[in-house]
Ligand binder design. Structure first.
Ligand code: NAD
Ligand code: DAU
Length: 348
């Protein structure tokens, strides 16, 4: 058995990574450490929770004693680190919790790995999952690559940038075997409906306003979450120690155009007349420090490891909308309670 610690495995991307690894590698023991914040949900992993090669631990990555004990008790040989505070708008309201989890939490894991692996670094790996937001913003042309200079603008991206620097500092200073990947926007099932795509699908279903920030012309590069999980699998097994990999969908959309695709898809699947929900589009005050455009050049990952996205966007978005329509219970569950206060506060 190879013992792998995955952090944040009850969240959106983490649950897809845990599912992929648990199902594909019966000779790996996957230990999922997650604090179950508002964004973490064990419902995301119901289908695999009883597998023999899977263990869930509820806990905070900032708790160094807990993390240290997990390394010892489960003889951890590799880490895939996804746990984070991940929503830009929340980071604008509460930057402290982002610094705590994303920076200090990452440091706590790095220290535990370094101290536990110190006598033998063979076949060990600390794989840190990061974001393209650390690179800041692009104008109308150009792409982020592994060599783009860091220029974060939000408290979220500043905290992720800082965590990336700590990870690389542990490689340079202590030879800790690390890999970092920086990915563009993900979409798919189990994403918390505070992020653009699930939020808007839910609002279209419920005939609620669609709050588009600014003029809706900001651009994002969207990748189907299962393709991100496959890239993580590939990089985890074949990536070069010390390297960085940029992951992207090669799939840029202006927000306003994406919103129209969502409206068309939801209206079609609900049997509404085409365009019915366009009236819900509501332009609101822009996000502070709103990055204009993200776009990734994933040539290195394609050329060196042979990865490419498997799904066309139209197919991915239709699958995604279908999932949210079929899983109303999941959506209702996560949008009750605290979510209602968050929504009122954010969009008042
Ligand atoms: P998410 O918010 O859906 O999930 C985060 C998970 O981390 C949740 O399960 C939460 O309970 C857990 N968590 C939070 N704080 C914790 C703590 N202190 N201790 C233990 N667990 C804690 O996030 P996501 O969208 O799945 O993103 C996962 C990772 O991928 C993050 O590191 C994020 O920066 C990165 N990323 C996300 C995207 C994207 O589009 N969503 C793109 C690129 C990179
Ligand atoms: O690029 C990778 C990043 O993508 C990840 O690191 C983050 O964790 C993830 O949240 C995502 O960040 P964004 O800020 O790009 O995603 P979000 O879904 O919040 O917003 C996408 C775009 O839509 C962005 O330009 C802001 C806009 N938007 C978002 C919301 C929630 C709106 O216009 N209205 C909204 O209500």
């Amino acid at each position: 058995m190879r013992n792998i610690l995955i952090t944040g495995g009850a969240g959106f991307i983490g649950s897809h990574v845990v599912r992929l690894f648990v199902k594909k590698y019966s000779d790996y023991h996957i230990i999922n450490l997650d604090a179950l914040t508002y964004a973490g949900n064990l419902e995301n992993l119901r289908d695999i929770e009883n597998r023999l090669n899977y263990t869930f631990i509820k806990g905070d990555i900032c708790n160094y004693d807990l993390v240290k004990n997990i390394f010892q008790e489960y003889k951890i040989e590799a880490v895939i680190h996804l746990a984070a505070e991940s929503h830009v708008d929340r980071s604008i309201k509460d930057p402290f919790s982002f610094a705590k989890t994303n920076i200090l939490g990452t440091l706590s894991l790095l220290q535990a790995a370094k101290n536990y692996w110190k006598s033998n670094l063979n076949n060990k790996l600390f794989y840190h999952i990061s974001t393209d937001e650390v690179y800041g913003t692009l104008g109308n042309s150009g792409f982020f690559t592994e060599n783009t200079a860091y220029d974060p603008h939000s408290p979220y991206s500043a905290s992720k940038a800082s965590s990336d620097h700590f990870v690389r500092a542990f490689y340079d200073t202590y030879n800790l075997p690390i890999i970092v990947s920086n990915c563009s926007n993900n979409y798919g099932s189990y994403q918390f409906p505070e992020k653009l795509i699930p939020l808007f699908i839910n609002n279209i279903c419920n005939n609620k306003p669609l709050p588009v920030y600014g003029n809706g012309e900001n651009v994002r590069d969207w990748l189907y979450v299962e393709d991100h999980a496959k890239a993580i699998d590939l990089i985890f097994h074949k990536g070069k120690i010390g390297d960085t990999y940029a992951i992207g969908g090669c799939n840029e959309w202006r927000n306003i155009d994406l919103v129209k695709v969502l409206i068309k898809t939801v209206d079609k699947l609900l049997g509404r007349t085409e365009g019915t929900s366009e009236k819900l589009i509501t332009f609101i005050k822009d996000r502070a420090g709103h990055d204009y455009r993200y776009a990734i050049d994933a040539t290195k990952l394609k050329d060196e490891l042979g990865w490419k996205p498997s799904l066309q966007f139209e197919e991915g978005i239709e699958k995604t909308v279908q999932w949210y329509l079929k899983n109303r219970d999941w959506v209702d569950n996560v949008t009750s309670g605290d979510y209602l206060n968050y929504y009122k506060e954010m969009y008042k």
